[in-house]
Design a binder for this molecule. Structure first.
Ligand code: FES
Ligand code: FES
Length: 330
């Protein structure tokens, strides 16, 4: 059978005619943005659009979509979803994010069919799209804002996510280092922090980025937290959670409590290395080296590639526009 998904035509084996569309999307077409929640029609995490209508993909046999257009979170485009995503972003709607592909697609179907829904209409339409994080008040507000945005003729640009930086496997030498397993400085000025804690809406990636930026006197915008995996060695796991016997487990309410001190110390050590490297390169005492955040770096960085902080020497007035390390840190 032929399915049209996100504007593309796919040949799917006939044996999947009665397979729930959810599994055809995820397991056959590898479109994993559509989420499996309950599998029983109770949560709407699996929401997709079929010919513009929001449906629960776990309750929809794939053959239902024959000769129709299926749109998933990966493929939805246009001014309505752009306004929705913009309002979602401005209102900080998302917590863990699991339900949000379904929420945003349901909201898209709503505003495509009713451009100015009342509060009661929003609640009635969105009823059934469950959010275990309880983001309902923010969802309601964001839908109202998206509707006003569209009514006023304001057309926000599509939001694009930052690509996640690569985190290559640790070398034996890096495993033995105090800083390298956790913090790396990329040539473009990005500060990459590796942690085993997954972001589940507890804010740990924001928290770790804040701690590291603060200790390094770096711009928060230049810090990216990635998942560090291969920290296992003979004596334990570098990224292990001490609260759970050293295994890599995210206990979301323990994340900040367990990890903040480790990352503050590591970032402080990284800062000390930067200062020592600058002192050596410039042949001045380390006491004369300082790091200051570039006030305008947030504005300048995307277009000019300017880096996050300035390392300076108080006596010689030399400056280096970078939190970029010398060879000692790379
Ligand atoms: S996964 Fe489809 S309704 Fe819950
Ligand atoms: S389940 Fe909705 S944001 Fe977590």
């Amino acid at each position: 059978m032929k399915l049209t998904v996100n504007g593309e035509s796919f040949e799917v084996e006939d044996r999947h005619r009665e397979t729930p569309l959810l599994w055809v999307l995820r397991d056959v077409l590898d479109l994993r943005g559509t989420k499996f929640g309950c599998g029983a029609g109770h949560c709407a995490a699996c929401t997709v659009l079929i010919d513009g209508h929001n449906v629960k993909a776990c309750q929809t046999p794939a053959e239902t979509a024959l000769d129709k257009h299926v749109v998933t979170v990966e493929g939805v485009t246009g001014p309505v979803v752009n306004a929705i995503r913009d309002a979602w972003h401005t209102n900080n709607v998302v917590q863990c994010g699991y339900c949000q592909p379904g929420q945003t697609l349901a909201a898209t179907a709503l505003l495509e069919s009713e451009s100015s829904p009342s509060k009661a209409e929003i609640r009635a339409w969105m009823n059934g799209n469950l959010c275990r994080c309880g983001t309902y008040p923010r969802i309601e507000k964001a839908i109202q804002e998206a509707a006003s945005m569209l009514a006023s003729g304001n057309r926000p640009e599509p939001l694009t996510a930052h690509a996640e930086p690569d985190w290559r496997p640790l070398t034996e030498e890096e495993k033995g280092d105090e800083v390298h397993p956790y913090i790396r400085f990329e040539p473009d000025g990005t500060i990459v922090v590796a942690a085993s804690q997954l972001e589940m809406g507890q804010g740990i990636h924001t928290g770790l980025a804040t701690i590291v930026a603060e200790e390094l006197d770096a711009d928060f915008e230049s810090v990216r937290v990635v998942h560090g995996a291969n920290g296992k060695f003979a004596d334990g796991d570098l990224y292990g959670n001490p609260f759970f016997g050293g295994f890599q487990i995210t206990g979301d309410s323990s994340s900040t409590g367990v990890y903040w001190q480790r990352y503050r110390l590591i970032a402080a050590k990284a800062r000390a290395r930067l200062v020592a490297a600058a002192a050596e390169e410039w042949q001045v005492p380390a006491s004369e080296i300082g790091i200051e955040l570039m006030a305008s770096s947030r504005r300048m960085r995307p277009s000019t590639g300017c880096l996050a902080a300035t390392i300076f020497c108080a006596s010689t007035r030399r400056r280096r526009f970078s939190a970029r390390p010398s060879s000692r840190l790379t």
